[in-house]
Every structure is written in C-alpha cells, then in structure tokens.
Write a protein that binds this ligand. Structure first.
Ligand SMILES: C[S@@+](CC[C@H](N)C(=O)[O-])C[C@H]1O[C@@H](n2cnc3c(N)ncnc32)[C@H](O)[C@@H]1O
Length: 206
C-alpha cells in the first residue's frame, strides 16, 4: 500500500500518526466478516488502511462532502481492495442519506468536534437504526471529560475550532454518553489513545 496520494486524493499527516493505533484497537473488537459503516471518512486514508489491515471486514466509507468523496474514490481505485466498497454520500444529520444496513459496526473518526451538534444527534440515531443487535459504534477523537484535566493542546484545539465555527468544539463525553443512551446505545468502553485522544465504544443491546 502506497502512502503517496494518487491523482485526486488528499492526505492528512494526523492520519499517518493515528491509523496504526486505531487499527490495533479496532481489529480485535470487530467480529470476523464484520460489515463496517464509516461515517465522515474524510480523505479516505483510514478506510484504505483499515480495510487493508482487516481483510475479513467489509468497509463502507462515506462522507457528506462531494470533494471528499472524490478523494476516497481516488485512494480506493489505487488500492484495488476487494473489501473496500465505493464511497457513498452520507450526511450524519440527514436520516434519508443513511444506507439501510445492517452493519456490525459504525466507525466515526474525528467528526463530532468538527461538525455542529446536530451531526452527533444524527450519528446516534443512525447508528441505533443500522447496527445489528450486539453491534458497536466506535468514536475516535478528543473529548472534555469530567475528572480528567483537559490537555493544554486540546484546550487550544477547542478554541481554534470555535474560532473557525462557533458550532464546533470538543464535546463533553458525558453529554455524548447521555445522547447515546437516549438512543438505546449502551456505553461499553473507553480506550485511551495517543495524543490525548480516546476511542469510545457504544453497543446496541443484543
Ligand atoms: C476532520 S475531518 C475527519 C476526516 C477523517 N475521519 C479523519 O479523521 O481524517 C471531518 C470530516 O467530517 C465530515 N463531516 C462533517 N459534518 C458531517 C456530517 N454531518 N455528516 C457526515 N460527515 C460530516 C467532513 O466532511 C470531514 O470529512
């Protein structure tokens, strides 16, 4: 797998840093043959890397931004992975744009703080709808957490997000958990990740 973006593809330095730790945590938690819906795939590098590293899973990348979909497609065309589906447009906040599923997992990396809260509301409602019973929602990113001092780098990131768009910003993890619970998604696990990020796992009851 090449790291050089093919024509039309975008690349992000943060993905190069976080993709391996994400693979390490996700891999053992996904059942063999899992169908995975990725919400907000961005440039598509996670989709490519995770599909390549988890050949038994079927990875469905999505995003709401048409330019981003082009980047995902450029990466996908260059990789020729049979378990990586063509990207589809999905706006987390628009229930009509979600596929029917079912999926054993929904994965969302770095969207919740870079989108208005309505996207998180749509993400929870959509995941609750498309997940299989026992299926899991994985969120990756930085959060504000009660009882845990927020790292200065995350506080600065929060400020810079809010200056770009007042509707953006790091979310309070307790608020995200309460929203998940309102959609019958049970909090299952919190995994510390490098650079003051976490993976939070929610499960649809079996
Ligand atoms: C910071 S990027 C993260 C991309 C990728 N997951 C990563 O970690 O590199 C945020 C992504 O969220 C997408 N996004 C924002 N609002 C969204 C929404 N309502 N539904 C789906 N995707 C959304 C953007 O288009 C963008 O690709």
């Amino acid at each position: 797998m090449t790291d050089t973006p093919p024509d039309g593809a975008r690349s992000s330095p943060s993905t190069a840093r976080n993709r391996q730790p994400i693979l390490q945590e996700l891999g053992p938690r996904l059942p063999d043959g899992a169908r995975v819906l990725e919400v907000a795939s961005g440039a598509g590098e996670h989709a490519l890397f995770l599909a390549a590293g988890l050949p038994s899973v079927k990875w469905q990348p999505t995003d709401c931004d048409p330019e981003t979909l082009e980047s995902i497609e450029a990466w996908r065309a260059s990789a020729g992975l049979s378990n990586l589906a063509a990207a589809i447009r999905l706006d987390a906040a628009d229930p009509n744009s979600w596929p029917d599923g079912p999926f054993e997992a929904v994965v969302c990396i770095n969207m919740i703080h870079i989108a208005p809260w309505v996207a998180t509301q749509g993400l929870m409602a959509g995941a609750a709808r498309v997940l299989t019973h026992g299926g899991q929602l994985f969120l990756y990113g930085p959060y504000l957490e009660a009882g845990i001092a927020t790292a200065p780098s995350n506080l600065a990131f929060d400020q810079s997000l809010k200056s770009r768009n007042p509707a953006w910003g790091l979310r309070d993890l307790d608020r995200v958990k309460a929203l998940a619970s309102a959609h019958d998604l049970a909090f299952a696990e919190r995994i510390s990740m490098p650079a003051n990020n976490v993976i939070v796992v929610f499960e649809k009851p079996g």
